[in-house]
Ligand binder design. Sequence first.
Ligand code: ATP
Length: 211
Amino acid sequence: MTPNIPKATAKRLPIYYRYLKILADSGKKHVSSTELAETVKIDPATIRRDFSYFGALGKRGYGYDVSSLLAFFKTTLSQDKLTNVALIGVGNLGQALLNYNFHKSNNARISAAFDIDPQITGLIRSGVPVYPLEDMQEQLRLQQIKIAILTVPAAVAQSVTDELVAGGIKGILNFTPLRVTVPENVRVQNVDLTNELQTLIYFLQHFEHNG
Ligand code: ATP
């Protein structure tokens, strides 16, 4: 059972997991919050607080047990089972995400892609079958897919989202600039690359140090 943890803590879990795995692979048995803090660039107090949500308490001068923390994070992050993900819209960005192998860094992979363009549907792109949109709900159910990546044009983002929700999707990684509306039990993570770049440009222009 995963305890009810703050969102900010949840976001840090994959970072902890990745570094704990590196430590375990290098044969390290214990790690202190200070040591971990230096590697992951998160302050030790935050790490101690995060870990305390899981009842993991480090001992003074001994630190945390690497293998038990790792086992815990592995289950919490569902790293021990493969999560199938759908991708909707095989345009430039969609195709790039298909090429990108999520499977290398964690246990999630895009197992089905969907599009309306008859030039691409029925093909296998980067090892992933591209189905026509009409088949989406059926495939989502058959493959028990609960997570979708949205890379369709903004103009159709809401209607595709409605279909995804009707198909039982519980989480959407939204790459479109549109803020889609979903029922309460569905979670949306927005990734607006253009916006991120604009923000960075803005910061550089306004807060640049002189000299
Ligand atoms: P990107 O925005 O990823 O750079 P692009 O400019 O190549 O993409 P877009 O017009 O944004 O192309 O469309 C992205 C993809 O979404 C295309 O392959 C298009 O066929 C597909 N698409 C458009 N409408 C729908 C829809 N209703 N359902 C599923 N896919 C769609």
